[in-house]
Design a protein around this ligand. Structure first.
Ligand code: GLC
Ligand code: MG
Length: 575
């Protein structure tokens, strides 16, 4: 341990000062250094950074996190049992995928009652207890809000489909057949086939962007808007800290139901949905008016957060911040998932994203979720460590997907065990999301400590090695790396809210600076497997390793050149 007195930081920091005729002090440092000290400021209208700007979000897929009643499916009481773990890990908020009553055609993303809890997960009283226990630990709780579609068994849809004259007919999207008797247009379902389902009883088609068991609500109807805003109020009044809004960019469709154009970049073998560009079925200008209504409502409560699930190119994505902050606080940024794991591509995308943010736009980064292959499977176990460092040191709110902190990877599921409708509906092309939804690995006990019963999806074979109990005592584990990164981040405002400056680097290396109030961190990440040397011209690198993807280098000095091992990442605190 260095003492403060012999620290090179104290030595080097003494500036060379000269006085000019007007007795103003001038620093003799290079011109770049003479710039005013950058101070990361909160967004316009804010006097301080809010919890969700400083904090880290952790996504829980409730079916797979912890099963308290041994029915093989995770539940709310299970989450409550594991809150101490999350607090120890150092996350600030949990987002829980849908827990509402649902026939489970899409595992909860088909809601049949927006203001209750599915008995599988527990009761409203148990939810209140979980919320209180989360708050008692200084953490926040976000719910998943699924406004684009309900279940086909939701009473609203049952009424809507009962007759053309039903007052709720217009709550969903009904349309006559085309002249040839076929669907009204060429829109496809994300889960395969036409997005239109023929309804024999009333002789019309209804639209479903996902399963036919998930009819889309008609958000142009003011009654639908009111009913759904009431849902938000219901949960906000109970004390939830915000929402992740499901498929936000799907919510409004072209009023004239124009055909979608073909996608010139379609590659055969991709899901059939990709064959067309969703130009008329998604991302319509009117969606922003609806988001503005949600935002206004949420802003009536203190420090609540709205996140939007939006898969769009950056230029379109940032429009969801809305004019003057009338959009969602965080349009989810999925670039670390969708881009190839390539240093140049990612560095360029970070710059493009940073450069595209509106003045009031706070950035965010996501590495995994319940719809995507796990990061450890996408980039490999070694690079997953580099990815963790990237996620937790870029500027913006990070979201961690449960189990990624253990290095969990996709679990092979035999064809007869597939549960995901995305795979079952599109045999051959539909990628199953089950492999990324397997039970959280708690211990080496039977069923990995998740449940005494057989779990709804199988547990990974390697759970005896990769689990919380074992990894928390191993300084070299993925879990220890996540925890050190989270601890470092919570200690250092520069990493939470500091400015971001890219530092030019070549080849497989990504390099950037985070700084706030005089504290500066240089992050150097090797996305390749071969060792390499980084020698940034500016800023000159003299500092101490604060965190390393592989243990042992913390506390060591770096002077001028950074030697990076293959798959290595370093956070260096500059002097
Ligand atoms: C979102 C959810 C996904 C679900 C779909 C339809 O993309 O994340 O899991 O299948 O919406 O609700
Ligand atoms: Mg259970």
């Amino acid at each position: 341990m260095r003492t403060l007195d012999d620290s090179p930081r104290t030595r080097i920091r003494i500036p060379t000062v000269i006085m000019d005729e007007t007795h103003q002090t001038l620093q003799a440092d290079p011109p770049e250094q003479a710039r005013p000290e950058p101070v990361a400021t909160p967004l316009p209208g804010q006097t301080r950074h809010l919890w969700w700007q400083r904090g880290v979000i952790y996504q829980i897929y409730p079916r797979s996190f912890m099963d308290s009643d041994n029915d093989g499916v995770g539940d709310l009481a299970g989450i409550e049992q594991r809150l101490d773990y999350l607090q120890w890990l150092g996350v600030d908020a949990i987002w829980i995928s849908p827990i509402y009553p649902s026939p489970m055609a899409d595992f909860g993303y088909d809601v049949s009652n927006y203001t209750d809890v599915h008995p599988l997960f527990g009761t409203l009283a148990e939810f209140d207890r979980l919320l209180e226990a989360t708050h008692a630990r200084g953490m926040r709780l976000l719910l998943d809000f699924v406004p684009n579609h309900s279940s086909d068994l939701h009473p609203w849809f049952l009424e809507s489909r009962s007759s053309r004259e039903n007052p709720r007919r217009d709550w969903y999207l009904w349309s006559d057949a085309a002249a040839d008797g076929g669907p009204p247009n060429n829109w496809r379902s994300v889960f395969g086939g036409s997005a239109w389902e023929w309804d024999e009883l009333t002789g019309q088609y209804y639209y479903h962007a996902f399963l036919k068991e998930q009819p889309d609500l008609n958000w142009r109807n003011p009654e639908v808007q009111e009913a759904m805003l009431d849902v938000l109020r219901f949960w906000l009044d109970r004390g939830v800290d915000g929402f992740r809004v499901d498929v936000l960019w799907h919510m409004v469709k072209d009023a004239r139901l124009r055909d979608n154009p073909p996608n010139p970049d379609y590659v055969p073998g991709q899901p059939p949905y990709e064959e067309l560009l969703a130009s008329f079925s998604t991302d319509q200008p009117e969606v922003h008016d609806i988001v503005a209504r949600m935002r206004e409502l949420v802003d009536g409560y203190e420090e609540r957060l709205l996140i939007g699930e939006i898969y769009l190119p950056i230029a379109r994505l940032v429009s969801y911040y809305g004019e003057d902050g009338s959009g969602v606080h965080l349009p989810f940024n999925f670039q670390l998932i969708t881009l190839p794991w390539d240093a140049r591509a990612i560095a360029a995308a970070v710059s493009e994203y940073e450069g595209s943010l509106p003045l009031h736009g706070w950035p965010n980064w996501v590495l995994g979720n319940h719809d995507q292959p796990r990061v450890a499977s996408r980039v490999g176990r070694e690079q997953a460590r580099v990815a963790a460092m990237l996620l937790l040191t870029l500027r913006g709110t990070p979201t961690i997907y449960y189990g990624d902190e253990l290095g969990m990877h996709d679990v092979a599921i035999p064809p007869e065990g597939i549960r995901d409708p995305q795979a079952l509906n599109m045999p051959g092309v539909g990628r199953s999301r089950d492999p990324a939804r397997t039970p959280m690995q708690w211990s080496a006990h039977a069923n990995t400590g998740f449940s005494d019963a057989e779990s709804w999806l199988p547990v990974s074979m390697d759970y005896p090695r990769f689990n919380v109990e074992r990894e928390r005592d191993d300084p070299h584990s993925m879990l220890s790396l996540y925890r050190s990164l989270l601890m470092l981040r919570s200690r250092e405002p520069a990493l939470q809210v500091g400015d971001y400056t890219p530092v030019p680097a070549d080849g497989a290396v990504i390099c950037y600076l985070r700084e706030h109030a005089g504290a500066r961190f240089l992050i150097a990440l090797n996305l390749g497997h071969a060792p390499t040397i980084v020698e940034p011209a500016h800023p000159p690198v003299t500092g101490t390793v604060a965190c390393a993807t592989y243990r042992g280098r913390e506390g060591t000095r770096v002077e001028g050149r950074i030697l990076l091992g293959g798959d290595e990442g370093l956070v260096i605190q500059l002097d």
